[in-house]
Ligand binder design. Structure first.
Ligand SMILES: [Zn+2]
Length: 364
């Protein structure tokens, strides 16, 4: 198995096109064609994590945070980023980051947090728009099932918790083949009418290549007629943050204690009412202050995130509990998420979790 086989699977889960514009997800260093000897999953590809990868014989580190992030001008051995890169390159260790693209899928970073509370009725807190497309195609009657099956297998037709969604309508197509054509039905130079179905399916834009390839392979015509339309609908499974409900409402004090216990946080910073029952929980791993207004609008009793600044604590405005539990703490379960995803796909392959805690923040 090559490194690219692993990264391709990761990108089916969290497509790179879903990363934010400022991000640097993907292969940061290393040859994707190398045979993979083992994967080490971490939150940060620090020097000590790369040492651990060497010790454990893993030549691929999959980390949530890209160690190479800003516009680095030099690889400086006196800086922690430079040291990590030099060590990785010297030891032929590939570094792969799965960052905001994993934040932006409902089965990603936020799931790692939501699972701790057993949240029910989950949805994305801020669903993304402009990433869905609609395909309309026109298929002769006897092939319509084969074409729709191929489109579903390529990932089209998913709406929320439903798959194989499509719409079809019977009609009649017409065409006249020119000299040199090789028509599936009809004759050269003669107008032909054929009973066809108009078939429509929805799909995320990042699957366009796969969906069109499946269409062209399954459709019998030499020239396949189809229309692609960009939609402004929200994608229910793509976007930042998550909202869900606790199985049972609990008091705010008990909820705060539960966070400390589940996430191993010795201290929490919070604002807002600490005496109301908590049922509806909004959350976002890492720096999530950009979602405070979405959490308020969704009617959440609490918004759980990290990296909040002083003035941002005012924005809860007495209407919900706003909790900062620490960046590392909020995202720590992402390591388990990546590891179990890969181990599930490659049960007989070494996919390990780091034993190093890379949280740079201490509490006193
Ligand atoms: Zn983070």
């Amino acid at each position: 198995m090559r490194i690219t086989d692993i990264t391709q699977l990761l990108e089916q889960w969290a497509p790179r096109s879903l990363q934010e514009s400022y991000d640097n997800s993907g292969l940061i260093t290393g040859d994707s064609q190398l045979v993979c000897t083992g994967v080490l999953c971490a939150l940060d590809a620090t020097e000590e994590v790369i040492d651990e990868a060497v010790e454990k014989g893993c030549n691929l580190v999959v980390a949530h945070h890209p160690i190479l992030f800003g516009g680095l001008k030099k690889i400086d051995p006196n800086h922690y980023v430079g040291r990590a890169l030099i060590k990785a390159i010297r030891n032929d260790i590939s570094l792969y980051a799965i960052h905001t693209n994993l934040d932006n899928v409902i089965e990603g970073v936020s799931k790692g947090m939501a699972d701790q509370f057993g949240l029910l009725h989950r949805s994305v807190l801020s669903p993304q728009k402009q990433i869905l497309k609609k395909l309309y195609t026109f298929v002769p009657s006897v092939h319509v099932d084969a074409v729709s099956t191929a489109l579903f297998q390529a990932g089209a037709g998913h709406i929320g918790r439903y798959d194989q969604c499509s719409f079809r309508q019977a009609g009649e197509g017409s065409f006249r083949a020119s000299e040199g054509a090789n028509p599936f039905v009809g004759e050269i130079g003669v107008l032909h009418r054929e009973a066809e179905w108009k078939l429509e399916v929805i799909f995320p834009a990042y699957l366009e290549k796969e969906v069109l390839m499946a269409l062209k392979q399954a459709h019998p015509y030499e020239e396949v007629a189809y229309d692609l339309v960009s939609l402004s609908n929200e994608h229910p499974g793509v976007g930042a943050g998550l909202i869900g409900e606790l199985p049972e409402a609990i008091g705010a004090q008990e909820f705060l204690n539960r966070i400390k216990h589940l996430f191993g946080t010795p201290v929490l910073r919070f604002s807002g009412p600490a005496d109301r029952p908590i049922k509806k929980v909004a959350l976002c791993g890492g720096a999530g202050s950009f979602l405070i207004s979405k959490a308020l609008a969704s009617g959440a009793d609490v918004f759980l995130t990290a990296d909040l600044k002083y003035h941002e604590f005012f924005e809860a405005d007495g209407r919900m509990l706003l909790v900062d539990l620490g960046h590392y703490e909020s995202e720590q379960f992402t390591i388990d998420l990546i590891q179990s995803f890969l181990a599930g796909k490659f049960p007989n392959f070494a996919v390990l979790k780091t034993g190093r805690t890379t949280n740079p923040v201490c509490y006193h």
